[in-house]
Design a protein around this ligand. Structure first.
Ligand code: PGA
Length: 279
């Protein structure tokens, strides 16, 4: 797809620049993403209807992550629509292949047209007991398969109240990126207390946290950190998207509930498209 070649080249340039000019200060052009995480929602008809209604935009990278059984038809709907929309999985197994009932491998995802995969979502960390070590194995597998991992991190309400946010995020980032020497990934800061609750983080709090996350990335990979997109997720919607898009370290959003309605999702996409044009 047109967009994937563009993002591949951008990532490549970003990596080469990061390696050659490691110590120098330079401003990198980060990609802006608006990503839909449909979770366990939508059937085939609803998906077809969504692609009839969605407008999308050439100014931001729009990615849809439907449930696994809808990946292939979604790829076809995207092609038919002719719109610049990417496709992502919601999960990947760490192994290449084998006796893992119900799981999906990296090559199965790319086979049906995926370029992205969500890894370490707090819902999976909770009900599938995914820890940082497993998240790291999945990130390795995604990269090996040619997928861009969308790595989710975030603190629970209890951890926030105990003022442990920075500690928690630090541990999750270090854990997820162990032995990873590329910048071909996206980070999504998703405070667990904000997911599906309507209690979104204020744009100021999200910006402050994203700046902290970028400072950790700088420690880990130097200048390459400037090119990594950090998305906000957690009750992001058509009403607060513009506020997030105005923040310098918020490079897009990972949207759950508000991504299910094409018109609502379009408003969010437009908020970031305008943000890009203004910057
Ligand atoms: P939400 O979900 O937008 O419904 O809060 C976001 C996510 O879980 O990725």
């Amino acid at each position: 797809m047109e967009q994937s070649i563009e993002s591949y080249i951008k990532n490549l340039v970003r990596d080469v620049i990061g390696q050659n000019l490691g110590g120098l200060e330079l401003q990198c052009d980060r990609q802006t993403y608006v990503i839909a995480n449909w979770k366990m929602n939508k059937d085939l008809n609803e998906t077809a209807e969504f692609f009839q209604k969605i407008n999308s935009s050439h100014d931001v990278s729009v990615v849809i992550c439907p449930p696994t059984q809808l990946l292939y038809p979604t790829q076809l709907f995207i092609k038919q629509s002719g719109k610049p929309i990417g496709l992502g999985g919601q999960n990947v197994h760490w192994a290449d292949k084998g006796a893992y009932t119900g799981e999906t491998s990296g090559s199965m995802l790319t086979d049906v047209g995926c370029e992205y995969v969500i890894i370490g979502h707090s819902e999976r960390r909770q009900y599938s007991f995914e820890d940082d070590e497993l998240v790291n194995k999945k990130v390795q597998q995604a990269l090996k398969s040619g997928l861009t991992p969308i790595i989710c991190i975030g603190e629970t309400l209890g951890q926030k109240s105990a003022m442990q946010t920075e500690q928690v995020l630090y541990k999750q980032i270090i854990g997820a990126l162990k032995d990873i020497d590329t910048a071909h990934f996206i980070l999504a800061y998703e405070p667990v207390w904000a997911i599906g609750t309507g209690q979104s983080a204020t744009a100021e709090l999200a910006q402050e946290t994203h700046a902290y996350i970028r400072s950790i990335l700088r420690q880990l990979m130097g200048q390459k950190a400037e090119g990594i997109s950090i998305l906000y997720g957690g009750s992001a919607n058509e009403r607060n998207a513009a506020e997030y898009s105005a923040m310098p370290d918020i490079d897009g959003v990972l949207v759950g509930g508000a991504s299910l309605n094409a018109h609502v999702f379009d408003v969010i996409i437009n908020a970031f498209a305008k943000g890009e044009q203004n910057s």
